[in-house]
Design a protein around this ligand. Structure first.
Ligand SMILES: NC(=O)c1ccc[n+]([C@@H]2O[C@H](COP(=O)([O-])OP(=O)(O)OC[C@H]3O[C@@H](n4cnc5c(N)ncnc54)[C@H](OP(=O)(O)O)[C@@H]3O)[C@@H](O)[C@H]2O)c1
Length: 294
């Protein structure tokens, strides 16, 4: 498996997005053992980056659901897990009645980190990402809170998610060049409007993790070849799925790009992992770039 840099880590060029096993638009969930098997199928395929979050859970009172699956899958895997990086997120609060709010305060984030450490069964979080900005706070102040958690040894690397250009620039200023490991934003043929953030990450050597890289659950990912025929046609020419073509095209956009396709089934993540080895011609890549929504 091709590798890429993610802050202090070297990870597989394709990661696993674990969210659909605990939260998805179809509201269909694998049972626990099947979910663990899907994470382990990703590891079998050479994937060493797994993305999760404390809020990935079917209900507000089961927060940590996805982290517990990921933690158990990695702990009980019989192969080597020495290079596995688990990326989790915090900053969103789910409450009774499915209320949601955001909290970037140090006290809240520290308590969220402690819960994530327990759910994952680890002593330090590899990559801790600020899930979504808390608009009640100055952005730079929340980033300083992440830095404090890093200085305390609770987290190894810092990432941000759903951040615009200005917010990335603030994070770079607060953390210094090299201090921001990653930015995770929505990006796919259906959603291209994070291109400016991708370009800024490329300029600074910050890993860019496209979320919902295939177009999301609820039909987006499975229907990507029907929605954008170029991916299906190029896939047919190579004897691979349209989803592999989408991921290979995303990888071609910059060395900092690390897509994290979601999966509930071992077969889909095993297929997606192969995108790291799919070589497309310049013409095919240009055709992919010319398709999709702005
Ligand atoms: N930071 C954020 O705010 C944010 C928001 C959303 C998502 N995310 C992250 O991004 C990850 C990916 O996003 P996502 O799961 O929403 O969308 P996605 O990766 O675009 O699509 C996931 C769906 O694609 C299907 N799939 C995956 N590979 C396939 C293949 N090779 N062939 C056919 N179908 C395939 C899966 O099917 P099966 O389920 O049948 O296996 C799954 O349902 C999430 O898991 C999460 O970690 C982050």
């Amino acid at each position: 498996m091709q590798t890429r840099k993610l802050g202090p880590f070297t990870v597989s060029a394709i990661g696993l997005g674990a969210m659909p096993m605990s939260m998805n638009n179809d509201k269909v969930y694998p049972d626990h053992d099947d979910a663990v098997a899907t994470v382990q199928a990703a590891l079998d395929a050479g994937i060493t980056l797994i993305d999760t979050a404390d809020v990935y859970a079917p209900t507000w009172d089961t927060m940590g659901h996805n982290e517990r699956i990921v933690g158990e899958a990695v702990r009980t895997y019989t192969g080597s897990t020495a290079d596995v990086v688990i990326a989790t997120k915090g900053g969103i609060v789910r409450g009774e009645g499915e209320t949601r709010r955001r909290d970037g305060s140090l006290d809240y984030l520290r308590s969220a980190v402690e819960k994530s450490l327990t759910a994952l069964g680890v002593d330090q979080l590899d990559l801790y990402q600020w899930h979504r900005p808390d608009r009640w706070m100055v952005y730079g102040q929340a980033i300083e809170n992440f830095k404090t958690l890093q200085d305390e040894g609770l987290i190894k690397a810092i990432g941000i998610s759903n951040a615009n250009v200005e917010e990335i620039e603030v994070a770079l200023q607060v953390l210094g060049e090299g201090g921001l490991a990653s930015v995770q934003n929505e990006f796919s043929p259906r959603f291209r409007s994070s291109q400016d953030e991708l370009d800024l990450c490329a300029e600074h050597g910050v890993a860019f993790l496209p979320w919902s890289p295939l177009g999301g659950t609820g039909g987006g990912a499975t229907g990507i070849g029907r929605e954008f025929a170029a991916f299906a046609e190029i896939g047919e020419a190579h004897g691979v799925s349209p989803q592999q073509v989408v991921l290979a095209w995303e990888l071609s956009l910059s060395d900092v790009v690390i897509p994290i396709p979601g999966a509930r089934r071992p077969a889909s993540i095993a297929d997606s992992a192969k995108a790291a080895d799919l070589v497309l011609t310049e013409d095919e890549l240009a055709r992919c770039s010319a398709t999709g929504r702005p």
